[in-house]
Design a protein around this ligand. Sequence first.
Ligand code: SAH
Length: 237
Amino acid sequence: MTVSLVGAGPGDPELITLRGLARVRSCEVLVYDRLVAPEIVAEAPIGSLRISRDGLGQEEVNALLVAHGRRNRPVVRLKGGDPFVFGRGGEEALALVDAGVPFEVVPGVSSLASVPASAGIPLTHRGLASAVTAFAAHDVDALDAAALARVPGTLVGFMGGAVVGRLAERLIEAGLPAATPAAVVARGTMEEEQVVVAPLGSLGAAAHGLPTPALVVIGDVVTLREALGALRRVAAA
Ligand code: SAH
């Protein structure tokens, strides 16, 4: 295998898979995202070429993977969470297919479930939510708010940290009650995890100033956080 698209997990460096870590430890070239824990990047062999993806366009990343992959060196493309969940892993995989470069995908622990879990919020719960809808929230004015307001179960908004207030406003306009339980989990699973819980109507104000990355969780499952409190990992104060 020349190129491995590896999910690094949501932030806590222990949440990479065994296979993912093995690939990092035996790579010659490592291309990594800003969100990846530095402890994992540090596992790449001494002498390996470590390239931060910061400041590179997607086309440049694709070209880099193809160029190093063609040389038949073990290349690891290390991405936050899972490579195929809002991670552009599909685009990179397609570029490798087009170039005829062999590759594999090593799944990662996505923030989708692990970040809410770290905050004491199950995504589904019998009687409360039997469906989950994940959506990209950053282009908040282009969202189909009516569809999101109608769908049953839990809503999970990615890349919405900077637009929480506007997102809430749009969902309420579209029919979600302002009293719907909601949370924003910032830097989930990391030492500096911060969780804000508030009804949708005041979520924007409550989450103001939280760091990124942040995940927005909306739905009745958020009420379980209090009951599960004793089981939660206690974040550093
Ligand atoms: N492939 C990644 C998602 C990449 S998109 C995955 O599977 O998790 C980046 C978005 O993911 C962020 O804007 C944020 O919404 C979410 N995210 C990733 N890591 C997070 C973390 N530790 N805490 C909170 N949100 C996180």
